[in-house]
Design a protein around this ligand. Structure first.
Ligand SMILES: Cc1cc2nc3c(=O)[nH]c(=O)nc-3n(C[C@H](O)[C@H](O)[C@H](O)COP(=O)(O)OP(=O)(O)OC[C@H]3O[C@@H](n4cnc5c(N)ncnc54)[C@H](O)[C@@H]3O)c2cc1C
Length: 388
């Protein structure tokens, strides 16, 4: 008896989302992943090489609340495939995981290379073609994938090209793209912090447009960075520059400057502040206020004291643009109004599916962006199975 011919599915993009979708389809479909580089290389820098593959939040609504773009769309997606499913999946392919104190989930090996290798091993029935796709054409017989002078026919297509290129492939098919902007990145500032470059602080409190953020912070040669800045860049990703950020560098504890001045009358003011904050920062703000850093504490009057406190607790900076550091995920992508969240199928083109960062979905740091890839990848695979 002849074997039943399997439907042919092309997955464009062999990143985490495309490969996850391929995994669930490989037994029942003829799967080809087109990848411009090597499959799963984008997983290697994640989590600083440790791969923060999920966040230990098991309630799907709470999980979805960590996505400034895509929250409501993800309710149905996460109800089908959430954090527990991700952890189970990775354990099933030999990647045991652990949960850090901050609820980030990592492989026990702390190695993105290990995750990549095990994941690739699990894709034994998937064909990979290392070519950039130039065009997807659709007609009544299905889809044609065009790579240079080569053309390949498929019944269904999953677009998983990530957030950095490939939007024109889906625009050509009639889809709208919410304009891509960087998120989870550092910020350039109007102020020149070059002399503070590399000076870091744990747990500052930052305020921006009425919202408060907590986290680590660092000056760079062109601006500011660190987890607290990534959060701001994420929330503000769709806003216009410039915007003002105010930092409280003493959010972590009590700091009674007048009491300290009284107790240390003969100490240089820079040395007093340096007991709480980096010395170069103490000198910077004193210089900024035209106060001699070697001035004795008893010579700091009430006006100067208030100016110092204002700088330490309400340090103002002006964000002018983004910097290419951090996780740098893309805010923007395929407009969610044109995608069915129950199947990840296009509402415009039957047989066309999406998963991962190519969608207008982005989350905070902490494993949320990979979770989006796993969950939308899984739902796209289910959608294809149901559409058979
Ligand atoms: C430095 C860094 C660290 C990060 N750390 C974390 C973390 O720890 N946890 C977390 O949750 N998220 C993290 N992220 C975010 C996460 O890596 C991304 O959200 C995720 O990789 C998106 O997966 P994707 O499959 O949708 O797209 P991608 O990973 O971008 O993969 C898309 C693939 O498609 C290919 N491609 C594109 N266009 C074409 C084309 N025309 N033809 C063929 N192939 C094409 C690309 O080569 C690429 O391999 C990090 C991001 C960065 C940059």
């Amino acid at each position: 008896m002849g074997r039943e011919l399997k439907s042919k599915v092309a997955i464009i993009g062999g990143g985490p989302a495309g490969c996850f979708c391929a995994y669930f389809l490989q037994k029942d479909f003829d799967i080809t992943v087109f990848e411009a580089k090597s499959p799963l290389t984008t997983i290697l820098p994640t989590g600083g090489g440790r791969c923060n593959l999920a966040h230990a939040e098991y309630d799907f609504r709470e999980l979805a609340s960590n996505y400034p773009r895509g929250e409501k769309f993800l309710y149905s997606v996460f109800s089908k495939f959430g954090t527990a499913d991700t952890i189970d999946f990775f354990e099933s392919i030999g990647v045991d995981t652990y949960v850090q104190d901050d609820l980030r989930v990592f492989p026990l090996s702390n190695s993105a290379v290990d995750v990549r290798n095990k994941f690739l091993e699990s894709l034994e029935c998937v064909k990979f073609i290392e070519k950039r796709v130039d065009k997807i054409e659709e007609d009544i017989s299905g889809f044609t994938i065009v790579c240079g002078s080569n053309a390949y026919k498929f019944d269904k297509v999953v677009v998983a090209v990530g957030g950095h290129s490939g939007f024109s492939l889906v625009e050509n098919l009639g889809h709208s793209i919410v304009s891509p902007r960087p998120s989870l990145c550092g910020l350039k500032t109007k102020e020149d912090f070059v002399e503070l470059s590399g000076v870091s602080f744990s747990s500052v409190k930052a305020k921006c447009k009425g919202k408060t953020y907590l986290g680590d912070f660092m000056f760079t040669h062109t601006g500011v960075t660190g987890p607290v800045i990534y959060q701001i860049s994420s929330i503000m990703a769709r806003e216009k520059f410039p915007y003002i950020i105010n930092i409280d560098f003493l959010a972590d504890g009590d700091f009674d400057l007048q009491g300290l001045l009284n107790e240390n009358p003969h100490k240089a003011i820079k040395n007093l502040i340096s007991e709480y904050l980096p010395k170069s920062f103490a000198e910077f703000i004193l210089g900024n206020l035209s106060i001699n850093p070697d001035e004795k504490c008893h010579r700091i009057n009430g006006t100067l004291r208030d100016k110092i406190i204002d700088k330490l607790r309400n340090f103002e900076l002006t964000a002018l643009g983004t910097r290419p550091d951090g996780e740098v995920v893309t805010s923007g992508g395929v407009d969610l109004k044109e995608v069915d969240s129950k199947t990840m199928e296009s509402k415009l083109v039957s047989g066309l599916f999406f998963c991962g960062e190519v969608l207008d979905i982005d989350g905070f740091c902490g494993g949320f962006n990979l979770q989006n890839c796993w969950s939308t990848g899984y739902v796209a695979a289910q959608g294809i199975m149901q559409s058979q």
